[in-house]
Design a protein around this ligand. Structure first.
Ligand SMILES: Nc1ncnc2c1ncn2[C@@H]1O[C@H](COP(=O)(O)OP(=O)(O)OP(=O)(O)O)[C@@H](O)[C@H]1O
Ligand SMILES: [Mg+2]
Length: 327
């Protein structure tokens, strides 16, 4: 059985300007603003929620099916994910488009000027679960993407009886209250950070308990403070895992999701699934970029055991042997 990941694939272009933006912006001529900054470094990072979640799932020994749309610049990204264990047969490359791209320049004071181009992501609605062997999908995650595509995927999962995790995060402001309620109602799990949970409550007018009644489980991540798993039996508080060093916080949420899903799909209790999420997130925190960290399942389980003094991860390692697909 397969874990299907839907969500964006994007490139992040990260540039740094050695001076200060404010020194080059003339407040009295702001209506005719025209500035260009000569940057002295640029990195291109593979990212996007769908790509990140799939990459982390593969590190954890899964072979997830990724459904996403990319452009003419993406062959190396798709090959990278394939080489790392992701099933990229659900990725559609559009020759006339560019992959969604985030351009950000940061100055010496950490001020940022950024633009996001949706590109091929805007066509994600062309993909359908019907074309991706729905009968083989054990669970899907609907992660930030073109808003129309997210609505479509939630409806398809409901029609096809595919259990799904609803992960609207940064697209919450782009979804209507009724689209949000429909997405949550059909889901087995809602996962958001604490700020996003507040936004959902404000937009829909629903309380925590009303949201919980719509779905089975609500997972709320709280940054360094860890996460809370709300189930019908109560709330489990899951601590975060202290990093050995902090390089870059981007992508922790996506990694948490991959750890949580892996624990869940292996039939582990919620507490262990949450702990797996916390540990998977910490690995991302320790490296720059969202797909530059690397570990073996063995070293993950060892660190899990050392951190939580919990042998569940070793059971996971044993069960992993039979669950890794052949060939
Ligand atoms: N500073 C930190 N130290 C340790 N763990 C952290 C830290 N920040 C986040 N995490 C882990 O990552 C999980 C998700 O973090 P967070 O709630 O910040 O998600 P997010 O806001 O969705 O992140 P993202 O920026 O990736 O969208 C947390 O529940 C925690 O386990
Ligand atoms: Mg997030």
């Amino acid at each position: 059985m397969t874990i299907a990941v839907t969500g964006s694939m994007a490139y992040d272009y990260i540039m740094s300007f050695p001076g200060r933006f404010v020194d080059h912006i003339l407040p009295d001529q702001i209506e005719i603003l025209s500035v260009s900054f000569l940057v002295d470094s640029m990195r291109r990072e593979r990212g996007g929620c769908g790509g990140n979640i799939a990459y982390n799932l593969a590190l954890l020994g899964q072979h997830p099916l990724l459904m996403a749309t990319v452009g003419q610049d993406a062959p190396e990204y798709v090959a990278w994910l394939r080489d790392n264990g992701v099933d990229t047969s659900g990725v559609l490359q559009l020759a006339d488009e560019f992959t969604a791209s985030f351009f950000v320049s940061t100055d010496r004071d950490n001020n940022q000027i950024a633009s996001f181009y949706t590109g091929a992501m805007a066509k994600a609605g062309r993909l359908s679960f019907n074309d991706n062997r729905p009968e083989t999908i054990e669970i899907a995650i609907i992660s930030p993407n073109d808003p129309g595509a997210m609505v479509k995927y939630a409806r398809e999962c409901q029609e096809l009886d595919i259990p799904y995790i609803y992960d609207p995060s940064q697209q919450i402001p782009r979804l209507t209250p009724s689209e949000l309620v429909e997405g949550i109602r059909g889901a087995n799990i809602l996962i958001v950070n604490d700020y996003e949970f507040g936004m959902i409550k404000k937009q829909t007018g629903l309380s925590t308990s009303q949201i919980q009644e719509l779905t089975e489980v609500v997972v709320v991540t709280q940054g360094e403070r860890g996460s809370a798993v709300h189930t019908s039996e109560g709330v489990l508080e899951i601590p975060s895992v202290p990093p050995r060093r902090v390089a870059d916080p981007t992508g922790v949420g996506d990694a948490y999701r991959a750890g949580f899903i892996t624990g869940m799909c292996r039939g582990l209790p919620w507490l262990a699934a949450g702990r797996m999420g916390s540990l998977a997130a910490t690995y991302v925190l320790e490296e720059h970029g969202t797909q530059r960290h690397r570990y073996t399942l063995d070293s993950f389980c060892q660190r899990y055991y050392e951190t939580f003094d919990d042998e569940t991860a070793f059971e996971l390692l044993h069960s992993a042997v039979s669950l890794v697909p052949e060939g």
